[in-house]
Design a protein. Structure first.
Length: 318
């Protein structure tokens, strides 16, 4: 009997030791994978986010979105509008690639409750600059006409509303990317006369394209693999600009005349130099925006239906 109790006790201790090891292992490995995400889970950061989002804190962020009519347009803009609704200091500058404003975009703005903090503009890409049917998307620059229109509007709007004294931020927010609300908290930290920079996920043939900093947190360059010789070799989604720079440099705009991949450099060469950019997103270690691209849906059955004089979306806005 005594021996039986001794064996049971021994088993109990063995199990206890194993459980102890498992506990220590799981704690240490979870610490390992948390290290990268420290800032996002840091209670201080969480508190900052909780305090920031519902209040009208921070400079106005003018988010410029070029957009054009296609089957996925409303889905893309719905995604964007719902991020913008969560960040009260964003003002949405929507520019349609069309020769008039469309009902689809107007309805989307009013249904999302963003009338008070958005403007609907249009600027049609000239036919010779527009991608045709099966053209690969890199053949011609996209968004040039629309982004320039938005810059004109913002310059005028800021001049008229005394915006020169008020610091605000300008961001190019394409309609197909994926944005975290935390990105806008970071952008709100951009200082006067500065261009803020941060990593962008899934772009330029890499998992992440990011600024490279030195030990003092100065931007030295970028890790870009595609055309790294460009003056600013990174994507439009990875920076935002203090309004002073946009107002003080009216010549800064996009152009059809530049080589593929040089739109960012074309604009930024008027505004800053690499090592004066302001690194954000936890010293450029957090990814808060992804250069996602939406697959064009297959609509073979719809085409057949249309040939027979019908359509599935008759009387519906999709
Ligand atoms: N865009 C546009 N007209 C076009 C093609 C694109 O206004 O003919 C807009 C598009 O909605 C997006 C931006 O320009 O907001 C960039 O286009 P896209 O996402 O296709 O470019 P990429 O992802 O290849 O940089
Ligand atoms: Mn895109």
């Amino acid at each position: 009997m005594n021996q039986e109790i001794r064996i049971k006790t021994k088993h109990f201790y063995v199990v206890l030791v194993i459980l102890g090891f498992l506990l220590i292992y799981s704690l240490s490995s979870s610490r390992d994978c948390d290290e990268n995400n420290q800032a996002l889970e840091d209670p201080e950061f969480v508190a900052e986010r909780e305090a920031f989002l519902p209040n009208q804190k921070g400079p106005t962020i003018y988010a410029i979105t070029p957009t054009y009519s296609r089957p996925v347009q409303k889905a893309e803009l719905t995604r964007l509008s719902q991020v913008i609704r969560l960040v009260p200091n964003v003002f949405w500058v929507l520019v349609e690639d069309a020769d008039h404003n469309t009902d689809l975009v107007a309805n989307l703005i009013s249904r999302s409750g963003l009338q008070e903090r958005s403007v609907q503009l249009f600027a049609k890409t000239p036919t010779n600059m527009k991608l045709q049917g099966k053209d690969p998307n890199w053949l011609k620059p996209r968004g040039v006409e629309q982004r320039n229109k938005a810059l004109d509007w913002i310059r005028k709007h800021l001049a008229e509303s005394g915006g020169r004294d008020r610091h605000s931020v300008i961001y190019f927010m394409d309609d197909d990317n994926t944005y975290s609300t935390d990105l806008f908290i970071e952008m709100s930290k951009i200082e006067r006369n500065k261009v803020g920079v941060w990593p962008v996920g899934l772009v330029g043939g890499l998992m992440v394209e990011k600024p490279v900093l030195n030990r003092d947190g100065i931007v030295l360059g970028f890790n870009s693999a595609w055309r790294p010789e460009r003056p600013f070799p990174f994507d439009m989604a990875g920076f935002a600009i203090s309004s002073d720079l946009i107002l003080d440099n009216p010549q800064a705009q996009f152009s059809y005349e530049v080589e593929r991949g040089y739109q960012e450099s074309e604009l930024l060469r008027h505004l800053t130099i690499v090592h004066e950019m302001q690194p954000l997103a936890n010293k450029c270690t957090d990814v808060l925006v992804w250069h996602t691209r939406t697959e064009a849906p297959k609509l073979d059955a719809e085409k057949l239906l249309i040939k027979s004089g019908k359509r599935s979306d008759d009387g519906l806005e999709v």
